[in-house]
Design a protein around this ligand. Structure first.
Ligand code: ZN
Length: 377
């Protein structure tokens, strides 16, 4: 959103400022303050040249925006602005990659099991993690492990109480056996193809980690949920009760053509067919039947019998028979779907229009599970 820029375009189009002053041209200290995207340049030029006789002044002097030279200078500075933006984001990526390859611990709150330096073990917590992994491999329920931890008065590094999800995350993070992961993948050194070893002390061996991971469904593992998850955070939000919560983005367009992309949240609906609806909290322009949306996601997951997002037969059967809990279903959706764009409905339309929901899939390497098989140190 650039209200100042939009205001400028409106004034240029009308020919005068809000105060009635006629506009004879634009003075600009640096082009990249005015536009960094081709769309903005095109809109600016159309507005500037909508009336004859205007000039464009920059630190190098006066430009004639109606001449080919004036336009080509504007395009050159757009190219430079775009290149600069790309270089900046690449630099940031390189930095993360370099840190990751060196095996330097992530920044952020300390992980459960390690001290503030993120390298030395926190002996009491590390012992608990080791015990939990052994117990789990021997068949103990995660719920029981979480209960034990609660009874022992265990709290997370930010004061949260253990629950089955956080305990699962702690046990299945590659960190416990000393390996690095980033964005759901074990990091492999580009030269050797071997996993990158972290600088911190491990709690268990790679074999033990593999064994404990094998006791969970892939969707609940650390590698599917990202680095944000494996800490006890202190504020436990109530678990979402609907399948699509958190995945939906608003596809309504503002009058200037910009798509809202606000989060759609579940609310009580007014009809029997739609006892709940998902609605945009940002713009209020988009609302869709809850059961309709969940049906789209369910079809996507359950009816897909080919490709990298295929559900195993056993899991599909559990889903369809109603045995599977909503948390597990949501984990599966989250391992496959990056987000869903929802287009606003047509006023008065009666029939459900499934095409309003457009799922954006994660790239297959994120959805697959095979990459989580480390080759051993
Ligand atoms: Zn919206």
């Amino acid at each position: 959103m650039r209200p100042g820029f939009d205001r400028l375009l409106t004034d240029l189009t009308w020919g005068c400022t809000g105060g009635g002053q006629p506009i004879l041209g634009v003075v600009c200290v640096a082009d990249d303050r005015l536009y960094r995207r081709a769309e903005d340049l095109a809109r600016f030029f159309a507005a500037l040249t909508s009336l004859p006789g205007r000039i464009h002044v920059d630190p190098q002097g006066v430009r004639d925006p109606y001449s080919p030279e004036g336009l080509s200078r504007a395009v050159q500075s757009l190219d430079a602005a775009v290149a600069e933006t790309q270089v900046r984001s690449r630099r940031l990526l390189d930095w993360h990659w370099a840190r990751a390859v060196e095996g330097v611990p992530h920044s952020g709150p300390r992980p459960f099991g390690w001290q503030e330096d993120r390298i030395t073990l926190f002996p009491d917590e590390a012992r608990l993690v080791k015990q939990a992994i052994d117990d789990r491999i021997a068949g103990k329920a995660v719920r029981a492990i979480a209960r034990d931890w609660c009874e022992l008065g265990v709290t997370g590094s930010r004061g949260g109480r253990p629950n089955p999800q956080t305990v699962t995350q702690i046990m299945t993070a590659p960190r416990v056996f000393g390996y690095r992961a980033n964005k759901g993948q074990l990091l492999l050194a580009p030269e050797t193809g071997q996993p990158v070893l972290g600088q911190w002390e491990p709690i268990v061996t790679p074999d033990e980690w593999r064994a404990v991971c094998a006791t969970f469904s892939p969707g609940s593992l650390y590698l599917h949920r990202g680095s944000g998850a494996p800490r006890l955070t202190g504020k436990e939000k109530p678990a979402p009760r609907h399948l699509a919560t958190g995945f939906l983005r608003c596809g309504a367009q503002a009058p200037d053509g910009i798509v809202c992309r606000g989060a759609l949240c579940a609310q009580k609906g007014r009809s029997k067919k739609s006892p709940y609806v998902y609605s945009c909290r940002s713009c209020g322009r988009c609302s869709i039947s809850g059961p309709l949306t969940d049906e789209v996601l369910e079809r996507l997951i359950v009816s897909n019998t080919e490709g990298p997002v295929r559900l195993s037969d056993a899991m599909r059967e559990r889903w369809q028979s109603g045995e599977m809990e909503i948390e597990e279903k949501r984990e599966i959706v989250g391992s496959v779907v990056a987000s869903c764009l929802v287009r606003p409905g047509v006023k008065g339309a009666r029939a459900w229009d499934h095409s309003r929901v457009e799922p954006v899939l994660k790239r297959p390497r994120h959805a697959g599970w095979s990459y989580a098989e480390p080759t051993g140190p």
